[in-house]
Ligand binder design. Structure first.
Ligand SMILES: Cc1ncc(COP(=O)(O)O)c(C=O)c1O
Length: 385
């Protein structure tokens, strides 16, 4: 196959079916999925109510454009937004971050106090690959070859005091993940995150929390920032929002959102009816009881990992929250080798920066499969040559 561009390194596996948290390949081999399509299919592959909601909407009407009323998008926004926020719908996490940066620049322009309009972002933060979102993505090798990027972006170390002095009167926004996902499942320190927020407030800087990977129940909370006692000005979400249909959203406090006026931003597919129908059903299933069950599974998994995996000589540390887990391997054990061994054993897993084995299973996985997965991971790590 060479009609598509060579931008992805793909495994020689074609996934053709699935149910619950299992996936099946072209040879009929079944896998326990610990990836959820990179944190997307949180309710797995056979959630009847989500399937029916999308199917019903397809049979009724697929797309209407943003020239007409969209009560379904209004309903989704009501379910999705914390009190006193408004939503802008788009199609991906990258687009949600792009919208967030634009809104931050617009606020700074309207107030005309910040010159130049600086953005503070973090090394190993990942926010996307369009020019704006790439400019705040803290990986020189991902940025390489794509200059000119946005000027006035200050890239600083995550979880370090230095961030606090980087945020000043000229900072239009700080963008961060409360747990860096692609960056290696680096969990933000609560005190540091709160100090960043306090410095933002002291300098009239907007705090953008990117919940693209951490949001929609992944850590046992609708938004991961909730467990850190934060109150961001802008929140971005995507991935799990419609369980696999393309959608993203930028949520902003109403006093910030009001700076976007008619014509300031838009996208053809934003609020697409099929994506909205699926998102509405996802949000209705993301109940406090469901979130509590994710917290319980997360605690169960972390305890097992601490007992079984952390003590291995090949493991430096285990990190994460809820069902977002990083197993940090020593250099002698290349993570891709472990991933391939696990595929052979019937488990799909992910990597992250720093030789990290990353687990983002569908949130509907059960404890017995998590236990079996930990045993398989232990064997795969311990038997690497
Ligand atoms: C934290 C975070 N932000 C943004 C993105 C980009 O989202 P998308 O791939 O939907 O554009 C990702 C993707 O992995 C992500 O993990």
């Amino acid at each position: 196959m060479n009609a598509t561009m060579s931008t992805y390194q793909r495994f020689p596996i074609e996934l053709i079916g699935g149910h619950d948290f299992h996936l099946i390949d072209q040879n009929g081999k079944s896998y326990v999925d610990l990836t959820a399509g990179i944190g997307v299919c949180n309710f797995g592959y056979s959630n009847c109510a989500i399937q029916q909601a999308a199917a019903q909407q397809i049979s009724q009407l697929w797309h209407i454009s943003n020239l007409y009323q969209n009560p379904l998008a209004e309903e989704v926004a009501e379910l999705l937004c914390p009190a006193d926020y408004q939503a802008f719908f788009c199609n991906s996490g990258t687009e949600a971050n792009e919208a967030a940066l634009k809104l931050a620049f617009k606020v700074a322009s309207d107030k005309s106090t910040k010159q130049p309009k600086e953005i503070v972002a973090f090394n190993y933060g990942f926010h996307g690959r369009t020019i704006g979102s790439l400019s705040v993505t803290g990986y020189p090798h991902i940025q390489e070859g794509f200059d000119p990027l946005l000027p006035h972006v200050k890239m600083v170390d995550y979880n370090q005091e230095q961030a606090l002095t980087a945020i000043n009167e000229n900072t239009a926004a700080v963008i961060l993940e409360v747990i860096q996902g692609e960056g290696g499942v680096n969990v933000g320190h609560q005190q540091w995150l709160q100090a960043v927020q306090a410095q933002c407030q002291a300098t009239q800087t907007l705090l953008i929390v990117d919940e693209v990977q951490t949001g929609m129940g992944r850590t046992g909370y609708q938004f991961a920032y909730q467990q850190f006692g934060l109150e961001p000005d802008i929140i971005t979400v995507a991935k799990g929002l419609a369980n696999g249909l393309p959608v993203g959203a930028m949520l902003a406090k109403k006093n910030v959102a009001k700076h976007f006026k008619i014509g300031n931003h838009g996208t053809t597919f934003g609020g697409n009816l099929v994506a909205m129908a699926a998102a509405k059903e996802v949000l209705q299933q993301l109940t406090p009881t469901f979130l509590t069950s994710v917290q319980a599974k997360g605690a169960f998994l972390m305890k097992l990992l601490e007992q079984e995996i952390a003590p291995l000589a090949q493991v430096k540390a285990v990190s994460g929250a809820g069902l977002m887990i990083g197993i940090h391997l020593t250099e002698e054990v290349p993570v891709n080798q472990v991933i391939t061994s696990l595929q052979k054993a019937g488990y799909l897993t992910l990597s992250a920066r720093g030789n990290t084995l990353r687990l983002l299973p569908p949130l509907v996985i059960d404890e017995s499969h998590l236990k079996q997965a930990v045993e398989a991971i232990k064997l795969a790590i311990a038997t690497q040559p």
